[in-house]
Design a protein around this ligand. Sequence first.
Ligand code: HAM
Length: 422
Amino acid sequence: MAQAQFTTHHGMVDILPDEARKWQHIESVIRQTAREFHFGEIRTPVLEQTGLIARGVGELTDIVSKEMFAFQRGDDQYVLRPEGTAPVARSFVQHRLEQRGGVQKLFYIGPMFRAERPQKGRQRQFHQFGAEMLGSADPMADAEIIAFMATVYRKLGITNTVLKINSVGDPASRKAYKEALQNFFEPHQCHLSNVSKTRLTQNPMRILDSKEEEDQPLIEDAPVITDYLSEESLAHYTAVKRHLDALGIAYQETPRLVRGLDYYTRTAFELTSPDLGAQDALGGGGRYDLLIEEVGGQPTPAVGFASGMERLLIACEALGIPLGEASQLDVYMVTRGEEARNWALQHAPLLREKGLSVAMDYAGRSIKAQMKEANREQARFAVIAGDSELESGLFTLRDMAESTETALSFDEIRTKITPTLN
Ligand code: HAM
């Protein structure tokens, strides 16, 4: 077979109908969960201003420094959004959403873009579902956000997950902790990987996220942030854990958990799965009390999470969880001759009006070929029409599973077939 001249970019994939069915199923679970938690949907543009992402996510993060799909057009700097939180914060400020009163609870599902090295569970265009709660500093908000995320996985039957949780404190706690990390790592610099050496001066907390083998022994002995938390941050962290206990949500305190985005304050968490391999994070999130001010708004505490849809699908597959049945074809209209083809074209809408799914031949093929297709598509019924049927007004209705045939008028056929519920 000739090779396709044009293909998708590296790390970007087409989602074809058999796969899309699974996505629809997962999306319906997410939407239902959002409804139960009373979150409203927000859809922001795929392109944002580069400055927003640089400021929001952080200049020193991998996402901003290495992985942005960015371009200039005229005077404007565009970036394909790498995540959804900074865009939601922007939208909150732009539309003064706080004026709607109360806490703003928003969820989203959509494509994100990061120029990472593709591998299993890591793509350049991937999809996230996420939720953000803006306007509450209460630890209950953190617990609700985590419960939202956990509920989606529970409903789908993904129960072998680990929720890792930590507090990254407030700026004052972090300043003290960064100094402690620098003091700890500096004397051992020569044992650190090159990446970690560069992080040591700029962003020492990121060393804790290193995957390099040589860094691990030192990381294991490094100080933990929980020893540097201010009283308020510690109280907040304790309350979040208490709420999770009360909700029966198991967690693993992971004092060296750091996230790849700079906006976090206090709570940080990640949901991991043993079924994912190297990229083991199903989702993650945390509190970002300073982000909204950072992007030009009034100080507004906020907390949220985002999860990878592709990784969710990988986990479902690994656990053998079936997703989304094929929708059943109710009627295949088998025709002989031009007139019958026109009849089928004009009568299909009357069946579809009833909610029936209807297919027909578009290539003028033989009855045999059409019956073969009706079989392949697993149609429940075939309606067979040719010149003599048009003349008599009686058509053959074939029950494909039973292999029985009856001669009926179109109205009788229309009354007899009722839609399958799927
Ligand atoms: P994140 O940890 O960068 O957080 O991404 C969340 C999830 O998106 C990851 O756990 C992973 O499942 C998925 N993901 C990330 N990159 C890729 C990729 N290249 N390919 C496939 N899946 C990927 C955020 O994006 C934050 N905005 C989460 C958040 C919301 N924090 C507060 N609110």
